[in-house]
Design a protein around this ligand. Structure first.
Ligand SMILES: Cc1cc2nc3c(=O)[nH]c(=O)nc-3n(C[C@H](O)[C@H](O)[C@H](O)COP(=O)(O)OP(=O)(O)OC[C@H]3O[C@@H](n4cnc5c(N)ncnc54)[C@H](O)[C@@H]3O)c2cc1C
Length: 287
């Protein structure tokens, strides 16, 4: 339960942080809220020689509007998201999901950037960001690039982040006014990671689904975008047959691990149910 030896760095500017990342190389890891990294270090599953604490870098915090999008600084905490009136009005699904992450103590410290950069399939924000069509800004001393959330996740704890890069912001296009949304998360107890979870953002027109995106959490090594499941409901009134087809299409891409949350068959089964519940609830909210 005691981490290995490390050197602690506390830069106050992004330029200093990326310079440290460049000079210290593979032995350095950014530290955000510490609520995934520190437990991993205590278990000796991670042993970075240098921790670069991002908490003093004011430029990485906060939410701002940029045209039709919202830019969420990587060091914005889950609590900050919950306190944001702008997020409440335009991206309520982020608040619905943040409320289901862990407990208030974790939400006060844990950051949106850390949640999406971590690469843990159990994290809730990545599937949401894929559903919303978000992109991540990655910065190093040599370049700045934007990577779509849908292209960022390569495997469990494997992401598109390259050595020396820090994820600095998440850009989320605002969904259309009147959209319906829902995040359905099955968990064993309050504060737990998902056994299975589904995010839905849709629009309705004349009683039929006009557009739809569906994301899945903890049902594979990476978060998933369930594109065939979304296609199965577009143009329908979300009748029972369409919901059955959507669940089947979503289950077809799930490859969950068997663990303390249940065997793979059970997790895929409840994953399909989460998709159906999220679709129904999102449609009921659409205007
Ligand atoms: C009891 C408990 C229950 C939890 N339950 C849930 C849950 O239900 N759902 C959920 O989603 N999460 C859950 N978490 C995890 C929590 O949300 C973490 O806060 C989150 O996974 C990581 O965010 P962080 O800011 O703490 O990052 P850290 O732990 O500081 O970092 C995580 C990883 O990301 C890297 N990193 C962090 N920031 C950046 C950046 N800006 N650029 C590049 N790399 C970066 C770090 O180097 C590290 O490898 C739980 C945690 C605990 C302790």
């Amino acid at each position: 339960m005691i981490p290995g030896h490390f050197t602690y760095h506390r830069p106050t500017t992004l330029a200093d942080a990326v310079a440290l990342m460049a000079s210290l190389g593979d032995d350095a890891r950014p530290l955000a809220g510490g609520h995934s990294l520190i437990p991993m270090m205590k278990l000796r599953l991670a042993a970075p020689e240098h921790l670069i604490d991002l908490r003093r870098i004011a430029a990485l915090k906060g939410v701002r509007r940029d045209g039709d999008s919202f830019v969420i600084g990587a060091m914005t905490t889950q609590h900050d998201l919950l306190a944001s009136d702008e997020i409440a009005a335009a991206l309520p699904i982020l608040q619905e999901a943040a409320r289901l992450i862990a407990d208030p103590q974790v939400r006060y410290m844990g950051t949106v950037g850390g949640n999406v950069a971590n690469g843990d399939p159990g994290n809730d924000m990545p599937a949401l960001m894929m559903t919303l069509g978000a992109s991540y800004r990655l910065e190093s001393t040599s370049r700045v690039r934007d990577v779509a959330a849908a292209e960022f996740y390569q495997g469990a704890y494997a992401t598109a982040l390259e050595p020396g890069e820090i994820l600095t912001a998440i850009t989320v296009p605002a969904p259309p006014a009147g959209h319906g949304h829902a995040y359905e998360k099955l968990k064993r107890k309050v504060g737990d990671y998902a056994t299975a979870a589904a995010a839905v953002v849709l629009t309705m027109s004349g009683g039929r689904v006009a557009s739809c995106r569906i994301g899945l959490t903890n049902l594979a090594d990476t978060p998933l975008l369930a594109e065939a499941a979304a296609q199965a409901v577009i143009g329908t009134s979300l009748d029972a047959a369409a919901l059955t087809r959507a669940a089947a299409a979503a289950r077809a891409i799930m490859t969950p691990a068997g663990d303390g949350r249940g065997p793979p068959d059970y997790r895929s089964h409840v994953g399909g149910i989460m998709v159906q519940r999220a679709l129904v609830r999102a449609a009921a909210r659409a205007k």
